[in-house]
Design a protein around this ligand. Structure first.
Ligand SMILES: Cc1cc2nc3c(=O)[nH]c(=O)nc-3n(C[C@H](O)[C@H](O)[C@H](O)COP(=O)(O)O)c2cc1C
Length: 380
C-alpha cells in the first residue's frame, strides 16, 4: 500500500513541482487526492457529464431479471433488493434493465415496462431507493421487436424471423405504426424522467428493435425507414430528447459488430453512432452481437474483447463511451479507464455474483478508497 502511494506521490510532486514530505505519503490530504486524480484517471475518480455526476466510473449495465411475476411490467420486491444492494455496494451508475415501451415489446411477460402513467409511482420508489444509497440511476428504454418471445403478434422492421425455432414470425410495421412506435419511446422516457432517473439509455443493441432497424440484415423496407437505416433511431433520439431536461445525458447502447453472416462491422456502427450523436446522444455504450447466431465471425473469448470497439468509437467521434464485456477483473477494469479506452466501465455478471463488486474492486486496487457503508465497516 505505502509503496504504491509513495510512487504516486513522487509522481505528483514531480509534475506539480512540489516538495514531498513523509506525512503526506501516509495521509493523503484532499488536495493530494485531487492532484492524483488529475494525474491518474481511475475507476474510482468521479465523472461528470452535463448534470450527471457520478462518484466513480463503475456502471451496472442493464440486465433483465425476468422477475415481474404479476406480468404487469411493474418493479416489485425483487427489483428493490436487487438494485438497492448494488447501490449499497458502491456502484456509481445503475442502469435498470431493459424496460419496454409496450406490452408486446417485452422479451417475455416477466419483463419491466413503462407503457402507462400508472407505472410511474413504482419506478419512483425504486429510483428514490437507489438514490438514498448514493448511486445514480439510468433506465434502458427498449422494444424487443422480432425478439418478443411472448408477444402473440411480434412486430419488426421487416417480416424476417429470428433464425431460431423459439421465435415467431414477425409482422412488418406499417410506416404509420413506425411513427407511433417513435412516440411510444418518447412517452416511456417522459415517465422515466417523472420517476426521477438521472439518465436514459436507449437499447440500440443485441438485435432488439432499434438494432433491427439499423441492420441491413433485418431492415429490408422500401419506405424512408429502410432507405436510411439510421432514420428510426434518429427519430427516436430526437423524440426522447424532447422529454428530457437539457442537462440530462442520453446514452445509446449499440452492437458495434454483428456476428451473423452478412452482418455489419464496426465501420457501420461508427457511422450509425455519428448520426445518433448528431441527433442528440451523449454517450455510446459499446456492446456487440445479439442479432442472430454467429456465423464465420465469432465474438472474442478474452476478457475485454469489446474494448477495442469502444476505443474505436470514442476516437472516431470524440464521444464518451462505456466499455462492457468480461471486465470484472478489477485491474483490467482499471486499465480500461487509465489507458483511456473508455470513460466508464460496465460490469454485468460480476455484479450478479457480487453486489459489492465496486467496494471489493477498490479494496483490491491498492490505493483506492472503497465507499463502505458505515454499517458494514467492521467487516473490512
Ligand atoms: C442476466 C442478464 C441479463 C441481461 N439483460 C440485458 C438487458 O436487459 N439489456 C442489455 O442491453 N443487455 C443485457 N445483458 C447484457 C449485459 O448488459 C452485458 O452487456 C453482458 O452481460 C456483458 O457484460 P459482462 O461480461 O460484464 O457480464 C444481460 C446480461 C445478463 C447476464
Amino acid at each position: 500500500m505505502e509503496e504504491s502511494l509513495l510512487f504516486r506521490l513522487d509522481y505528483a510532486d514531480y509534475v506539480f513541482n512540489r516538495p514531498c514530505n513523509l506525512e503526506r505519503v501516509f495521509r493523503l490530504c484532499d488536495e493530494d487526492k485531487k492532484e492524483m486524480n488529475v494525474l491518474t484517471n481511475s475507476l474510482f475518480t468521479p465523472y461528470t457529464l452535463k448534470d450527471l455526476e457520478l462518484k466513480n466510473r463503475v456502471v451496472m449495465p442493464p440486465m433483465c431479471q425476468y422477475s415481474v411475476t404479476a406480468k404487469d411490467g411493474i418493479p416489485n420486491d425483487w427489483h428493490h433488493v436487487h438494485y438497492l444492494s448494488r447501490a449499497i455496494g458502491g456502484t456509481g451508475l445503475i442502469i435498470i434493465e431493459m424496460t419496454d415501451v409496450e406490452p408486446d415489446g417485452r422479451i417475455t411477460d416477466y419483463d419491466l415496462g413503462l407503457w402507462s402513467d400508472e407505472h410511474v409511482p413504482a419506478y419512483k420508489k425504486l429510483v428514490d431507493g437507489i438514490h438514498a444509497h448514493g448511486s445514480k440511476v439510468g433506465i434502458q428504454i427498449a422494444h424487443a421487436g422480432r425478439k418478443a418471445e411472448d408477444a402473440a403478434d411480434p412486430v419488426a422492421p421487416s417480416a424476417i424471423a429470428y433464425p431460431d425455432a423459439n421465435y415467431k414470425q414477425p409482422r412488418a410495421l406499417t410506416t404509420e405504426e413506425v411513427r407511433g412506435m417513435v412516440q411510444k419511446f418518447a412517452d416511456a422516457t417522459r415517465r422515466a424522467v417523472q420517476a426521477g432517473v438521472d439518465t436514459i439509455e436507449l437499447h440500440g443493441a443485441h438485435g432488439y428493435l432499434i438494432h433491427q432497424f439499423h441492420s441491413p440484415v433485418t431492415n429490408k423496407r422500401d419506405d424512408e425507414y429502410g432507405k436510411d437505416l439510421s432514420r428510426f433511431g434518429v427519430e427516436v433520439i430526437q423524440a426522447v430528447r424532447k422529454q428530457m431536461p437539457a442537462g440530462m445525458p442520453l446514452i445509446l447502447r449499440i452492437s458495434a459488430m454483428e456476428y451473423v453472416d452478412g452482418g455489419y462491422d464496426v465501420d457501420h456502427a461508427i457511422e450509425l453512432s455519428r448520426a445518433y450523436q448528431a441527433a442528440g446522444v451523449d454517450v455510446i455504450h459499446v456492446s456487440s452481437g445479439g442479432e442472430g447466431p454467429a456465423g464465420a465471425r465469432k465474438p472474442g473469448n478474452y476478457p475485454g474483447y469489446q474494448v477495442p470497439f469502444a476505443r474505436q468509437i470514442r476516437e472516431a467521434l470524440n464521444i464518451p463511451v462505456i466499455a462492457v464485456g468480461a471486465l470484472d477483473e478489477p485491474a483490467l477494469a482499471q486499465s480500461v479507464i487509465g489507458n483511456e479506452d473508455a470513460d466508464l466501465v460496465a460490469v454485468g455478471r460480476g455484479l450478479l455474483r457480487d453486489p459489492y463488486w465496486a467496494i471489493h474492486a477498490a479494496v483490491t486496487l491498492r490505493g483506492e478508497e472503497p465507499s463502505i457503508p458505515e454499517q458494514y465497516q467492521r467487516g473490512y
